[in-house]
Design a protein around this ligand. Structure first.
Ligand code: ARG
Length: 459
C-alpha cells in the first residue's frame, strides 16, 4: 500500500497492474521540466501565502537534491511509483518530510503532465528549427556553387527542360523554410501554460497562474481548464511538422539515391556516409538517404498513432493520453539525427557537374524553347507551334540526335518560317537562362532566390 493514491483502496495493486499502468520508464525524460514546474508552482504557492517560506525553502532544496540524484544516476526509478511525477514527489517527501506533502496543493498530475510534456515539446521545437537552419546553410553552400551547372529538369521523371542544380536545391530550401515556419507557428500557438488547471476544473485555492506561466517561459495562460488537461494538439502538431519535414527529406533522399546510381551518376556520397555490402565487394550503398526515406514512414506511424489515441476521447483527462509520449520522443530523436546526418552527407558529397550537364544532351530538353521561338519570332499560335516542334522532335529521333543538335535545314524542311536565329534558342544553356520570370531557373533568378534564403537565415 505504498501508492500515493492508496487511501480508498484496501488491497495493494498487482505487479501486473504496475507494469501495465506505469509510464515512469519513459516519462522520466521529462524530469527537468517536472522539477522546474514544481519549483515554479511552489514559489507561487508561497507568494500567495499557501505555503510558508520555510516550506518553500525545504521544497526548493529538496527538489534540487532530487535533480542532482537523477543526474548522477543515484535516483531509483521504481515501476511501482507509476510515473515520474509520483516518483519525484515521493523522493522529495522522503528527503524533506512533511513539507513535501504540501507541494501538490492546487495541482493535479493532469495539469502537471500537460506542463511538463508541453514544455519538452516546445524546447525540442526550437532545437529542430536550429538544426533545419544548419541544414539550409549547408544546402546553400552547394547551391551557390552550381547556379550554372545544367541539370535536366524533370516531370514524371522524364526530361522536361534544362534547369541548374542550384535552382533544383533551391526547391528543397523552399520546403525547409516552410518547415521552419510551421514549427515556429506551432511554437507560438502552443506556448500557453496549463499550470493551475489542476484536475480539470481549476482550483478553489488562490493561485496566480500568470506568475507560474511567466516563471516557466509561457507567453500566456490557457483559457479553459477542461480543454487544457486533455489537449494534446501541441504533441500532434510537432508530429505533423516532423512528418512533413521528413516527407521533404525523403524526397531529397530519393533523389540522392537515384543520383548515386550508375544510371544517373550525378553525385557520389562520401565514404564516410556510405556503406558496403557484406558479399559484393564493389558495392557502395547510399544507406543514409535510404534510411532517411524509411524513417519517414516510422514518423508517420507515430502521428497516426497519436491521432488515433485522441480520437473520440471524452473530456477531460483519460489514461489513454499517457500513450502520447513515446511516439513523440522517438520522432523528435529521429528528426534531430536525420537533420544532422543529411547535413553531413550533403556537405561531404561530390557533385558530378559534368554528368549532370551531359545528361542534358538527351531527351530534347530544348523542345519548349523551339515552340516558344515559333510563337515569339514567327507569330505562330502556341498549339500550332507545339505541333511543329513535335515533328522536329520526331525528326531528331529518326536522325538519332538530340533536338539541340539538329541542323537548320531539317527544321526549315518542317516549316519554312524558321530562321537561322532559332539555333540560339536550341542551346541548352540559353534555354535555362531564358527562364527569367520570377521564381524561374535562369542563373540570375536562381541567385536572387538563394539570396532570399540567405537573408532569411540571417534574421
Ligand atoms: N502518467 C500520466 C500521463 O502521462 C500522468 C497523468 C496521470 N493522471 C491521472 N489522473 N492518472 O498521462
Amino acid at each position: 500500500m505504498d501508492k500515493m493514491w492508496s487511501g480508498r483502496f484496501s488491497s495493494s495493486a498487482s505487479s501486473l497492474l504496475d507494469e501495465f499502468n506505469a509510464s515512469i520508464m519513459y516519462d522520466r525524460k521529462l524530469y527537468q521540466e517536472d522539477i522546474e514546474g514544481s519549483l515554479a508552482h511552489a514559489a507561487m504557492l508561497a507568494k500567495q501565502g499557501i505555503l510558508t517560506t520555510e516550506d518553500l525553502i525545504a521544497i526548493t532544496d529538496g527538489l534540487n537534491q532530487v535533480k542532482s540524484e537523477i543526474e548522477s544516476g543515484e535516483f531509483e526509478w521504481k515501476i511501482s511509483d507509476e510515473d515520474l511525477h509520483m516518483g519525484i514527489e515521493k523522493r522529495l517527501t522522503a528527503i524533506i518530510g512533511d513539507a513535501g506533502k504540501k507541494l501538490h496543493t492546487a495541482r493535479s498530475r493532469n495539469d502537471q503532465v500537460a506542463v511538463d510534456f508541453r514544455r519538452w515539446v516546445l524546447k525540442r521545437n526550437k532545437e529542430i528549427v536550429e538544426a533545419l537552419k544548419l541544414l539550409m546553410n549547408e544546402v546553400l553552400v552547394v547551391a551557390d556553387k552550381h547556379t550554372e551547372t545544367l541539370i535536366p529538369g524533370m516531370t514524371h521523371l522524364q526530361h522536361a527542360q534544362p534547369t541548374n542544380f542550384g535552382f533544383h536545391l533551391g526547391a528543397y530550401l523552399s520546403m525547409f523554410k516552410r518547415d521552419i515556419e510551421r514549427f515556429e507557428s506551432s511554437y507560438e500557438r502552443n506556448n500557453v501554460s496549463p499550470l493551475g488547471c489542476a484536475a480539470l476544473a481549476g482550483t478553489p485555492h488562490n493561485v496566480d497562474r500568470d506568475m507560474t506561466a511567466e516563471l516557466l517561459g509561457f507567453s500566456s495562460v490557457s483559457t479553459n481548464c477542461l480543454d487544457t488537461v486533455s489537449d494534446r494538439d501541441f504533441a500532434l502538431e510537432i508530429l505533423f511538422n516532423i512528418s512533413t519535414m521528413m516527407m521533404h527529406i525523403s524526397r531529397l533522399s530519393e533523389e540522392l539515391v537515384m543520383w548515386s546510381s550508375y544510371e544517373f551518376g550525378f553525385v557520389e556520397l562520401s565514404d564516410e556516409y556510405s556503406t558496403g555490402s557484406s558479399i559484393m565487394p564493389q558495392k557502395k550503398n547510399p544507406d543514409v538517404p535510404e534510411l532517411l526515406r524509411g524513417k519517414t514512414g516510422r514518423v508517420y506511424g507515430s502521428l497516426m498513432g497519436l491521432l488515433t489515441v485522441m480520437k473520440g476521447l471524452p473530456l477531460a483527462y483519460n489514461k489513454d493520453t499517457q500513450e502520447d509520449k513515446e511516439g513523440v520522443f522517438d520522432s523528435v530523436e529521429t528528426a534531430l539525427i536525420s537533420l544532422e546526418i543529411l547535413k553531413e552527407a550533403i556537405k561531404t558529397m561530390e557533385v558530378k557537374a559534368h554528368n549532370m550537364e551531359s545528361a542534358c544532351s538527351v531527351g530534347h530538353l530544348a523542345a519548349t524553347d523551339l515552340a516558344d521561338y515559333l510563337v515569339e519570332k514567327c507569330d505562330i499560335p502556341f498549339r500550332e507551334a507545339h505541333f511543329i516542334t513535335g515533328r522536329a522532335v520526331a525528326k531528331s529521333e529518326e536522325l538519332k540526335i538530340d533536338l539541340s543538335d539538329i541542323e537548320l535545314k531539317y527544321l526549315q524542311e518542317i516549316d519554312s518560317r524558321i530562321n537561322k536565329d532559332v539555333l540560339e534558342f536550341l542551346i541548352l544553356r540559353n534555354s535555362m537562362n531564358a527562364r527569367t520570370s520570377a521564381g524561374g531557373t535562369s542563373t540570375a533568378r536562381t541567385k536572387e532566390q538563394l539570396e532570399q534564403f540567405k537573408n532569411y537565415l540571417k534574421d
